[in-house]
Design a protein around this ligand. Structure first.
Ligand SMILES: C[S@@+](CC[C@H](N)C(=O)[O-])C[C@H]1O[C@@H](n2cnc3c(N)ncnc32)[C@H](O)[C@@H]1O
Length: 302
């Protein structure tokens, strides 16, 4: 099964599907991979590859609104069939909400100044295009990072937030632990540190579930046993980066499922959810869920 929330990626996959009769193409989010597999009658898998983030077709098509270098509508949705656009969100969100998203998901030092500038600007004219936003951000971000456009962090943050990328990843990791057969492998390619940290922490917690009790006088046989065995991390080599410069920030982490049964919570205790923003902003949209609420349900295991 191949899964993507972008209808255009799905259309491309449908064309390629005819080259291999084993492939089933599904339009949907990674968070619901277990449900999609169940609909196909599959409850266990031997391998999952999560290739996270945005694709080159999404960045290169100005009409998708992901690029601060190309003039286009301020959209930034991976799934263009639901949710709200970046323009809609920026037209309504408060200074505090915008600041929180940009500071947290973009790790941007000038988040407050950017948020204030967005709200001041929309009083006179709405922010409709990518260049409207890129130029506004460039006017308030005073220190430039080498080789980086001043709007890089802001665009990354809004994209992560609108597409609920970290929340989807948290749910996907919890699902992966449930559906991997013993000996099955999970491979995750991430493109920024927030995602990679989440994957790393999940694998570490599942590989060493007794770490917190290590100093307690508990006999070895009573210690929680590993759910995953980490097989390490792979970074792109020079040849790969020179062939595709967008690969430079990629990190591939691989782990293997052991035979140990999952704990009673279904493994959700291994999934870090503390980095998710609690906000009501996406409730204005067409069916997008609230990150904060779902983060809590991930913790509860629903
Ligand atoms: C880095 S691209 C890789 C695309 C594909 N693997 C390829 O090599 O052409 C990431 C893709 O994942 C999709 N994506 C990102 N997060 C997703 C999620 N939570 N659920 C479903 N698809 C997602 C994006 O729409 C995008 O098409």
């Amino acid at each position: 099964m191949v899964l993507d929330k972008d209808p255009e990626a799905i259309a491309a996959a449908e064309v390629l599907r005819h080259e291999d009769g084993r492939v089933t193409v599904v339009h949907g989010g990674f968070a619901r991979m277990a449900e999609h597999l169940e609909e196909l009658g599959i409850t266990k898998v031997d391998g999952v590859l999560l290739d996270l983030g945005v694709s080159s077709p999404q960045i290169d098509d100005a009409g998708r609104g992901f690029s601060f270098m190309r003039e286009g509508p301020l959209d930034m949705r991976m799934d263009t069939s639901s949710g709200i656009t970046a323009a809609q969100w920026l037209a309504e969100a408060s200074v505090e909400e915008i600041k929180e998203v940009i500071a947290h998901y973009g790790e941007e030092r000038f988040a407050f100044q950017i948020a204030k500038a967005v709200v001041a600007r929309r009083e006179s004219r709405p922010l409709c295009t990518t260049l409207d936003l890129a130029e506004l951000v460039a006017s308030v971000v005073r220190t430039r990072e080498k080789g980086q456009h001043p709007a890089t962090r802001t665009f990354q943050a809004i994209r992560i937030y609108l597409n609920q990328e970290l929340e989807e990843l948290a749910h996907a990791l919890a699902a992966l632990l449930r559906i991997l057969a013993p000996g099955g492998r999970l491979s995750v390619i991430s493109f920024h540190s927030l995602e990679d940290r989440m994957v790393k922490q999940c694998i570490a917690a599942a590989a060493k579930p007794g770490a917190a009790q290590a100093r307690l006088p508990i006999p070895e046989k009573d210690m929680p046993q590993p759910i995953l065995k980490s097989l390490g991390r792979v970074l792109p080599n020079e040849a790969e980066v020179s062939g595709n410069v967008r690969a430079r920030s990629a990190v591939l982490r691989v782990a293997e499922r052991t035979t140990t049964p999952l704990p009673a919570d279904g493994g959700v205790s291994f999934v870090p959810v503390s980095g998710l923003i609690k906000t009501t902003a996406t409730k204005r949209g067409t069916g997008a869920r609230r990150p904060g609420r779902s983060a809590q349900s991930a913790r509860r295991g629903s």
